[in-house]
Design a protein around this ligand. Sequence first.
Ligand code: SAH
Length: 244
Amino acid sequence: MPVSPRLYVESPLAGGVLLDLGEEASNYLARVLRLGLGGEARLFNARDGEWLARIEAVGARRVSVRLESQLRAPGAATAPALTLLFAPVKKDGTDLIAEKATELGAAVLRPVFTERTQTRAVRLDRMRKITLEAAEQTERLDLPEVLEPMALSHALAALRPGTALVFCDEGGGGEPVLDALARLKGRDAAILTGPEGGFTEFERSALKARPDTFPVSLGPRILRAETAAISAMTLWQAVCGDWG
Ligand code: SAH
């Protein structure tokens, strides 16, 4: 039997509860998947774990489901946590970063404006929708938090104290990324990537002077911002995260 569809909902989830699904979820179950009475779905809300839900009514626009049993308990927060601070790049790039950050287990995402950031218009609602869909697909029980865009200096000041900053520096002065990550095991980390035009010398020297900042190199080739973010998150997850 195919695995039942997995949907994010906002409502609290508990045994026996009857839930009217929103229009989009209802449409997906009833029209796209053609599920009828008795059909199964799995629901999660980033708080109460994952629940088996059974379709109890199918209306013209609304599907109602009854919550039957908890399939997975809410996960204990997987410490350490990963934040991605990224300079937004043109729309598709930002979409890609949001999707891959969710798959790669980032806890927090924040667009940051740097001196050479070209894209100022960041659609947070769109980013949140992308993270939500990626979380549904990737079997996460939680959602990454998508925070308001901020100027780089403010975003750095807003980092939780004790968070190590992994600064992806295309300027070539950073240490090999794996060397830095080896020293960061067990610590919350924020990865910082720049825009298409890179960081300015001013930003680079300010970052290097900042305490608890680890300038890293991702090799001798200049990567696109998207590739840099995805590569750095992958390496962090393998060395410091929950892959091993
Ligand atoms: N136009 C710039 C490149 C910017 S690449 C230049 O030619 O110098 C976009 C971002 O990806 C950079 O700001 C950096 O954060 C990251 N990045 C790309 N390649 C990298 C590398 N080899 N090492 C570390 N970071 C890299």
